[in-house]
Design a protein around this ligand. Structure first.
Ligand SMILES: [Zn+2]
Ligand SMILES: [Zn+2]
Length: 307
């Protein structure tokens, strides 16, 4: 990490979009790259997800470090394309002085390493993952509570098709929770109740318990980066797709006494003006409550500091 940032923790967003990159004039203010965030804290460089935004991060790191070695940890929430597709273009992995430790959870019967190798295997990509000159180490995690240097990391399985976790990083300057893909439990559980042979009452109870656990996981986060892919109206037509809505995100952030909520994983069909409207709507909802919840729309290139 650069010396100047040693006294604070810093978050930078490199990709804020869900599903697929959407570059162009209509997305120029919020950005078109898929999920990637960078945290610098307590001497560590921690990268959250490897969507197409990680390409720009890689270039920036090379520029910053020059001939010095880069040593970083990449945490993957899940292996949907928009969270791993940028890794083959992450230039620090092409330099043998650099060490890249990748952590994630099994996303299929194949195992986490095999999935990451798969996207760079013939015929999808010309360079195999283990032919990369950088020291890339991939580890499939079982533990949901571990440390990266002095930063404690907690993980939690969230409500998204397949295996997907959210992370919470406890730095010495505050904590950041990262849940880029998550669908609220209630409507989804009712929607899928038939296939679980549960009554509506049992389903509601179960959804309430799952949500309460998540509230505890997030409680008191300084920053929460959360899936708000849909407006409330759009969500009605996308129950079961694995993504969140504005009202549910605000309610969750308020219940967990979060300080700042970042609306994240923007839908590829939403242009800058659509996202402006969503941010305004979310701020109005937040203002109706007693608390002091700050709300921002995730913007590529945005930086936030803690401490
Ligand atoms: Zn996603
Ligand atoms: Zn996903």
């Amino acid at each position: 990490m650069s010396e100047s940032s040693a006294s604070s923790a810093r978050l930078k967003l490199w990709g804020v979009r869900g599903s697929i990159p959407v570059p162009g004039a209509a997305t120029i203010r919020y950005g078109g790259n898929t999920t990637c965030a960078e945290v610098r804290a307590d001497g560590e460089i921690i990268v959250l997800d490897a969507g197409s935004g990680i390409r720009e991060l890689g270039l920036a790191l090379e520029n910053e470090f020059g001939s010095r070695a880069i040593n970083l940890t990449l945490l993957i929430t899940h292996v949907h394309w928009d969270h791993i597709q940028g890794f083959p273009f992450f230039v620090p992995s092409y330099n043998d002085k650099n060490q890249i430790q990748i952590f994630g959870y099994d996303g299929a019967d194949n195992g986490f390493q095999e999935i990451l190798k798969g996207q760079m295997a013939v015929p999808f990509f010309p360079i195999a993952l283990y032919d990369l000159p950088g020291k890339v180490k991939i580890q499939q995690l079982d533990s949901m509570d571990f440390n990266i240097g002095k930063v404690r990391v907690r993980a939690k399985f969230v409500n998204h098709p397949g295996i997907c976790v959210g992370y919470r990083l406890f730095t010495s300057k505050g904590s950041i929770a990262f849940l880029p893909d998550h669908e609220p439990y209630d409507a989804f559980k009712l929607h899928s109740a038939k296939s679980h042979s549960l009554s509506p009452e049992q389903t509601r109870k179960r959804a309430g318990e799952d949500r309460a656990e998540l509230v505890e996981f997030l409680r008191g986060s300084d920053i929460l980066i959360l899936d708000t892919q849909y407006t409330d109206e759009e969500y009605e037509a996308h129950v079961g797709w694995g993504h969140g809505s504005l009202s549910s995100a605000i309610a969750l952030a308020l219940d967990a006494a979060v300080r700042k909520l970042i609306l994240f994983h923007h839908d590829p069909t939403h242009d800058d003006d659509d996202i402006d409207k969503m941010v305004q709507f979310a701020r109005k909802l937040a203002a109706k409550s007693e608390g002091n919840l700050e709300v921002e729309g995730a913007r590529e290139g945005a930086e936030m500091t803690m401490g």
